[in-house]
Design a protein around this ligand. Structure first.
Ligand code: PHE
Length: 452
């Protein structure tokens, strides 16, 4: 029996759901702390170059694979190229997205915990109190693990409602709220005394802080933020209809994603500088520095500090949720279609596996510091492994397949929707996919290894 596949109901739904996947903790948690550690504006410039030169062409490639094939990532790569070996890329994508969901849910769970703490007024009380709170909370063996699993279950509930009623509806509701909250906090943060220093940090490049590893960090961040190289875009594109302009959608989403990342920087750094907090405190930046920042910054009106911190953590939760939905969907539709089981059963496989990984990741940063791989906590290891190795490899292989092993006529048809939209950018895109994306990724890897 062939069931009809789900699809997105409107153009707005497509853009918001895909942007919902792209905009997440990558923008509001990872981007600010990476920028803080890697020299501010200089990092941002390299990051934007990666988005334009490698990100947008890579996104279009995944869109082409997904929309042409209208099936899960694993089968999609085979269907478009006619070569079974390429299925490996789809499978790699499924695996990558499961690993990401495993560690991402831990940070998303922290956001849930902080949202709760902000509501009951537990965050705050000075710098030491705030960092002790984070220490005490994250080293508790059970609470963070439970929050992480709760987050995956929340995602599960939306996923089993299906593409249009679950994913699309949640994105249409959550994305505008997220944008609005972000603007409110940016404005409040930029109006604080001394905020200018934070704005300068974001927009005045200091190339002396650019270290040898910054290229790979920026590349990893760009791919992570666009959800590129995980088969996520390919899976979502399998729900696109034939009228969606792939180039325009990719460009809109990449621009929106970058604007939101920069706004997140404008939300965090002016406030941090205003109260004299260093920007390079790493992954805990938004959990240790910020609660305190809000409190100090709005000391003249504590209720404002209280409201802003609730809004801030609500924003993090919403942003994370639209992204975890997309990670979950990749595996769910894969198991559903390949194992011929129901969507519900497939979703449970994913929820089960990712919850186990999430618990280990959670324990690795708090209660049990022995859970280490290559000297990193399991959480950091999964983060680096996916962003800096698996995503670039996924994007590299996709480019090679699209550029060299798929019939150009098919690519042209997908790019121009069968000749109905203007295709003057097509040759540039093809050139980027054939040469630029693979070569740049290889060069960045070689640079990281110290070879070039
Ligand atoms: N792009 C998401 C973010 O910025 C993370 C993500 C990665 C989502 C890979 C799906 C797949 O938070």
């Amino acid at each position: 029996m062939k069931q009809k596949r789900g699809n997105f109901g409107s153009m707005l739904g497509v853009v918001l759901a895909t942007a919902g996947s792209a905009v997440g903790l990558g923008n509001v948690w990872r981007f600010p702390y990476m920028t803080g550690q890697n020299g501010g504006a200089a990092f941002i410039l390299i990051y934007i170059a990666c988005i334009l030169v490698l990100g947008i062409p890579g996104m279009i490639s995944e869109f082409v694979v997904g929309r042409h094939s209208q099936t899960n990532a694993y089968r999609a790569y085979d269907r478009i190229s006619g070569g079974k070996a390429w299925r490996f890329i789809g499978l790699l994508g499924v695996l990558t997205s499961m690993i990401i969901l495993g560690f991402y849910a831990v940070v998303a769970g922290w956001c849930l915990q902080y949202l709760y703490a902000a509501v009951v007024g537990q965050v705050g009380g000075g710098t030491t109190a705030v960092s002790q709170y984070f220490q005490a909370f994250s080293s508790d063996p059970w609470r963070p693990s439970l929050w992480a699993v709760a987050f995956i279950l929340l995602t599960h509930i939306i996923i089993i409602r299906g593409v249009r009623k679950g994913i699309e509806r949640a994105s249409k509701l959550l994305m505008p709220i997220l944008f609005f909250l972000l603007l409110v906090i940016v404005v409040s943060s930029c109006m604080l005394p001394g905020a200018v220093k934070g704005i300068e940090f974001l927009f005045k490049p200091d190339f002396s802080k650019v270290t040898h590893s910054v290229l790979l960090e920026a590349l990893g961040q760009a791919f992570f933020s666009l959800s590129l190289g995980t088969a996520c875009l390919c899976t979502y594109a399998s729900y696109f209809n034939k009228k969606i302009n792939l180039f325009r959608s990719a460009a809109h989403i990449a621009i929106l994603d970058s604007i939101i990342a920069i706004l997140a920087g404008l939300m965090i750094f002016p406030a941090a500088f205003s109260v004299g907090i260093q920007p390079d405190s790493g992954p805990s930046l938004i959990f240790i520095t910020l609660p305190n920042v809000f409190q100090q910054a709005f000391a003249f009106m504590p209720i404002l500090g209280y409201v802003i911190s609730i809004l801030f953590y609500a924003l993090l939760v919403f942003a994370a949720l639209t992204s975890t939905i997309s990670m979950h969907e990749i595996g769910t539709v894969f198991f559903h279609e390949e194992l011929h089981i129901s969507r519900h059963q497939a979703a449970w496989i994913l929820t089960g596996c990712c919850s186990v990984l999430a618990v280990f990741c959670s324990l690795s940063v708090g209660a049990n510091t022995d859970i280490q791989v290559l000297g990193l906590s399991l959480l950091d290891f999964c983060d680096k492994l996916t962003a800096q190795v698996m995503l670039p490899i996924g994007a590299f292989l996709t480019s090679i397949m699209i550029g060299w092993f798929v019939a150009p006529q098919l690519l042209h048809d997908e790019f121009t929707n069968g000749g109905t939209v203007n295709g003057w950018l097509y040759p540039y895109w093809l050139f980027a996919v054939k040469w630029m994306v693979p070569l740049c990724i290889v060069l960045i890897f070689l640079h990281q290894l110290g070879i070039v």
